[in-house]
Design a binder for this molecule. Structure first.
Ligand code: SF4
Ligand code: SF4
Ligand code: FES
Length: 246
């Protein structure tokens, strides 16, 4: 017989007036290979239809099911209950706007950050659909592909002490996104232009470098390398600027 799992789940629906945030306890028999996705769906179907949480892909691709699992941000669909103790505590991701219970709105945050960081290829070339595609060096293409694997789940942002203290901090996901354009040869922005965007306390100089972001990233993105790369690049740009002014 499987274990009996006790779930302590954060409950609060900001839409419902008069309600206060609280923890609610549920129990469920563990089945083989049970994920938190399966457990939460069973709880909603069998015990409490009012439970709010998000899922789309169930395959670690959409990022919708991120939540704080026993104190650590992670993807519910990729978390097996057998790897957790019999008491499982679930909270919504901090930093993002709470929709209800375990559901947060990461979309607005990511859109704002991507607007701030001008997250698109800046080029003076006009797109000509009849022209042959330009070749890109394999190494660079792979580097861009690696950084594009972010699923925008928000785990790194929720684990980040700076992002939790300051809502204008870009966080590892947005800084990683900038690194993706810095290495892209099609983007014509200069270091000075990147400095304008991230060379400040809301950007790379606000990062404390303790790397909780990389520890929790479910896709294993090399955030540490990217933050170090940007810090060095922007540091050099700042020094050059000081000498230019002299
Ligand atoms: S290394 Fe920087 S971005 Fe990552 S968690 Fe720490 S402060 Fe946040
Ligand atoms: S960098 Fe990793 S943890 Fe952060 S949003 Fe992207 S996939 Fe999620
Ligand atoms: S449901 Fe898509 S990542 Fe978990």
């Amino acid at each position: 017989m499987g274990r009996e799992i006790k779930f302590e789940i954060f409950r609060y629906n900001p839409e419902k007036k008069g309600k206060v945030p609280h923890m609610q306890t549920y129990t469920l028999d563990e089945t083989p290979n049970m994920t938190l996705f399966i457990a939460l769906n069973r709880l909603r179907e069998e015990q409490d239809p009012s439970l709010i949480f998000d899922f789309c892909c169930r395959a670690g691709i959409c990022g919708a099911c991120a939540m704080v699992i026993n104190g650590r941000p992670g993807l519910a669909c990729q978390t097996k209950t057998k790897d957790q103790p019999t008491n499982i505590t679930l909270h919504p991701l901090p930093v993002f706007k709470l929709v209800g219970d375990l559901s947060v709105d990461t979309g607005v945050w990511f859109r704002e950050m991507y607007d701030k960081t001008e997250s698109w290829v800046h080029t003076s070339k006009t797109f000509d659909p009849t022209k042959k595609e330009e070749r890109m060096d394999d190494k660079v293409a792979n580097q861009i592909y690696e950084l594009e694997r972010c699923i925008e789940c928000g785990c790194c942002v929720s684990a980040c002490g700076t992002a939790r203290l300051r809502d204008d901090f870009m966080g590892a996901a947005a800084l990683n996104r900038i690194a993706r354009f810095v290495v892209d040869p099609r983007d014509e922005r200069s270091d000075d232009q990147y400095f304008e965007i991230i060379g400040n306390d809301n950007g790379i100089f606000g990062c404390m470098g303790l790397l909780a972001c990389e520890d929790v990233c479910p896709k294993g993105l090399p955030l540490q390398d990217q933050l170090g790369f940007l810090r060095r690049k922007m540091g050099i740009t700042a020094i050059k600027e000081i000498f230019r002014k002299k």
